[in-house]
Design a protein around this ligand. Structure first.
Ligand code: G16
Length: 560
């Protein structure tokens, strides 16, 4: 039974932000932390109802604004299997928040009753179960109070508070809560599972250290929650003395994502601040990487001839695709039996898409920005669905058919006579495929798990960062953002590659794009920041810069 009579005093005390319109963005609600109290309050209610809809399974709620500046915050709801909130529920969550902010308390209660009725939620059956967590922002504990305020008093829910952890850790633990005895699930579950699988994977090849592929791994943690989590995690790896940290100042939340982190490095195509000089000596053989604020994204880079080289989400996806394809070949699993494909967005560099199609001979798909779109496509279109946004957000999904095929291959190998070299190689490939699939966090993009996957791939294939990079050369590109009076005027079609509004703008852009060699550009409204993003690429960086500036001028002129 829901205790609605107790809701009013909670609503009065928690929902201080009124007459404000909330919008559900690319990855949940995200805004200045000062206005998020009301939407946190209603998100707690949505999470409880979502859990009841799943007959009391665990649903996760993460308080984070990921790559956004320190003064912002946000919230993401996680389904029982660890994936993002079902898209059908996004309008429900939005409507509830806006009623709480703009209408009467009675309307709020009436809409909650409507949701229960329309969604056929049995409120007399199971209890709601919620797992919550937050990033290291200053506003997170306050917003956590708003979020949790209704869970026990109104819903009598069982709440597990994981405190500060990364977003992908909470996605993973939410799915574990639904599979294992809840008393046994903690952050150690995550650490143990990924550490031991990584060790087993490297043991197949007797790999020590970084196998001469690079000297040190320098990890920029964006001064976020990834710092303490990965410091603890990596201390138990045999490579720990070669893993160095920078921007790990998570106890100073005002420094979060400030001139560091995955978003900064990818957009500026430069080193983050704070990398100690000793790791930047000329001729060094280090691999560097940057997490974002909640460690769900990662990009890599290295320095050669004093020049910065970026290895972004496209490079990670293609590294994984090449490696997995070769393993399937060695295991003698016909490619027709396991469909391996790559899912990208419009931000993917044209060279990467070309490389996937012509060199790797893999199918590709393009979706709208937002992990939820890529995840869905990877899950439905492929048996090995590798999805990455160029900004470093992504993972790999392995279907049941993949596991069946690899297992039947192993069964087949066992029937062969011992001492057969080919048999050993096939067995190794199958074991690698299975363990690799478990080093990857299949619930969502995860900087720590993706890091393990990349390191394992490089070490097993004995590749240096330079060799990884040399598979193809990115077309010069530029991603920028501008602030306009109303970003909601910017509407797109064709997976965000073309504007349909403001009217006439796309045609004017096309004229500019057609003037440059290999020119490609698009404009879209961000779903996480109050800005419009402009992406341009072409054969020459100077032309790309000019194109980007011309498009920005067009937009600003149009907005006047
Ligand atoms: C979120 C989404 C990503 C998206 C990014 C930028 O990342 O999860 O899928 O690429 O925002 O989105 P937009 O261009 O709409 O602002 P994160 O790491 O901030 O949660």
């Amino acid at each position: 039974m829901l205790e609605f009579h107790a809701l009013k005093p909670l609503y009065d005390s928690q929902c201080q932000t009124r007459n404000y319109t909330y919008t559900y963005g690319t990855a949940g609600f995200r805004d200045h932390a000062d206005v998020l109290d009301t939407v946190m309050f209603t998100t707690g209610i949505v999470a409880a109802l979502r859990s009841l809809k799943h007959n009391g399974k665990f649903v996760g709620v993460m308080i984070t604004a990921s790559h956004n500046p320190p003064q912002d915050n946000g919230v993401k709801i996680i389904e029982p299997d660890g994936s993002m909130l079902l898209q059908d529920w996004e309008p429900i969550a939005t409507k509830l928040a806006n009623i709480a902010s703009n209408e009467s308390f009675d309307n709020l209660v009436n809409y909650i009753r409507d949701i229960i009725q329309e969604q056929k939620i049995d409120i007399h059956g199971s209890m709601a179960h919620i797992a919550v967590g937050m990033d290291s922002r200053e506003s997170s504990p306050r917003l956590m109070n708003c979020l949790m305020s209704t869970l026990e008093p109104i819903f009598n829910a069982i709440v597990i508070n994981h405190g500060m952890l990364t977003t992908p850790q909470l996605h993973y633990l939410t799915s574990c809560h639904n599979e294992e005895d809840i008393r046994n699930v903690s952050i150690e579950t995550y650490n143990r599972n990924f550490q031991s699988t990584f060790k087993k994977l490297l043991n197949i090849y007797n790999i020590q250290g970084f196998n001469n592929c690079f000297d040190n791994l320098i990890v920029d943690c964006a001064n976020g929650i990834g710092a303490p989590q990965f410091e603890r995690f990596s201390s138990l790896l045999s490579q720990s003395s070669m893993i160095k940290f920078t921007n790990d100042n998570y106890l100073h939340p005002e420094t979060l994502n400030e001139s560091c982190g995955a978003d900064f490095v990818k957009t500026r195509q430069t080193l983050p601040k704070g990398v100690p000089q000793e790791f930047l000596q000329d001729g060094n053989n280090n691999l560097y990487c940057s997490f974002d604020g909640d460690a769900d994204r990662i990009v890599f880079y290295y320095i050669k001839d004093s020049k910065f080289h970026l290895l972004d989400g496209d490079k990670i996806a293609t590294l994984f695709a090449k490696f997995l394809k070769e393993l399937l070949t060695t295991a003698q699993i016909p490619h027709e039996k396991i469909k391996l494909g790559i899912v990208q967005t419009a931000y993917a560099n044209g060279s990467s898409t070309n490389y996937v199609k012509t060199k790797l001979n893999c199918p590709t798909s393009c979706t709208k920005t937002g992990v939820k779109h890529l995840h869905h496509e990877a899950q439905t279109a492929y048996d090995i669905g590798i999805y990455f946004e160029a900004n470093g957000h992504g993972t790999i999904l392995f279907s049941n058919k993949f596991y069946q095929q690899v297992q039947s291959c192993i069964d087949n190998i066992m029937e062969q006579p011992n001492g057969d070299l080919e048999k050993d190689e096939r067995w190794k490939a199958c074991e690698t495929l299975l363990l690799f699939s478990r080093v990857i966090n299949q619930t969502v993009g995860d900087a720590i798990a993706d890091l393990l996957g990349v390191i394992a791939t490089l070490l097993i294939t004995k590749s240096t960062p330079d060799q990884w990079d040399n598979e193809y050369t990115d077309l010069p590109n530029l991603l920028s953002k501008i602030v306009v009076p109303d970003r909601n005027l910017f509407k797109t079609t064709d997976q965000e590659r073309k504007l349909t509004s403001p009217p006439g703008l796309q045609a004017k852009m096309d004229t500019l794009i057609n003037k440059i060699e290999n020119g490609r550009a698009f404009v879209r409204a961000s779903g996480t920041e109050d800005a419009v993003r402009i992406y341009c690429e072409g054969s020459s960086i100077n032309e790309v810069k000019k194109l980007s500036q011309d498009i920005a001028d067009l937009i600003l002129k149009d907005a006047k």
